[in-house]
Design a protein. Structure first.
Length: 121
């Protein structure tokens, strides 16, 4: 294909125009020295700030662990005491409470698990 055929070809002309536009849009020079250094310094500062924030939140989490452990331990003790009471500790008192709660229309959660329920109409 000679040069004249290429110039008459629409696809070749479009490709050539696209190539010229790309060349004009591209910056002719790279980043200047001070601008490049400033960009890297800002990147480094942001990395340091992010690391410090991460360590700060990690230390806060570690400091909160004993308080959270204490709260969970209290909750487990409360659940064990409730379970021991439900199993056999005060059966007569439990029966009178459940009878009173049934007569007042309020059902406790464990009563529903035992099979007592009401149908809503």
């Amino acid at each position: 294909m000679n040069e004249q055929d290429r110039q008459r070809n629409a696809a070749w002309q479009a490709a050539h125009q696209w190539k010229e536009r790309a060349r004009q849009a591209r910056p002719r020079q790279g980043m200047s020295g001070p601008r490049l250094v400033l960009t890297w310094l800002m990147f480094g500062v942001l990395m340091i700030v992010g690391t410090i924030l991460g360590l700060f939140f990690l230390l806060i989490g570690w400091a909160m662990l004993p308080f959270l452990r204490h709260r969970m331990k209290k909750r487990m003790e409360q659940m064990r005491a409730q379970q021991a009471e439900d199993i056999g500790g005060s059966h007569y008192q439990h029966d009178t409470q459940s009878h009173q709660s049934r007569s007042s229309g309020h059902l406790e959660e464990h009563e529903v698990l035992e099979g007592e329920y009401r149908e809503k109409k």
